[in-house]
Design a protein around this ligand. Sequence first.
Ligand SMILES: [Zn+2]
Length: 137
Amino acid sequence: MSAWPKPVLAEVSRHLEAAYPFEGCGVILREEGTGALRIRPLRNAAGNPRQAYAFAPEEWLSVCMEADARAERVVCVFHSHVDAPATFSREDALRAAPEGYPLLPKVSYLVGSIHCGSVHYVSEYEWCAGNFVSRTG
Ligand SMILES: [Zn+2]
């Protein structure tokens, strides 16, 4: 399950559904002062986009620059699993922490399970004591 407000999850789901039958991906940013959330979809540049996702490097760079300029922080990375469960996979864990340490500390990972073009279930994982664990509440 996930603790994000319904409108945020609805917007994330819309992006994931638009990317179907490929995996969709993007980030949620939070503004430091106000706490305002912003959803920023990113182009999936993976070579096998039905089974994997990779942020298009130039888009990821501009997100990082935007975030700096707007005093925002990336708080969540989201992506979809196409006709597969919303379980954080071994590949997801390797990508998020290739050397056994998270590349983006304090960022959670939202996975949306999408079947026939609609998101059916969303789960969220976070780094805890050396592993990605399902986030509860
Ligand atoms: Zn995945």
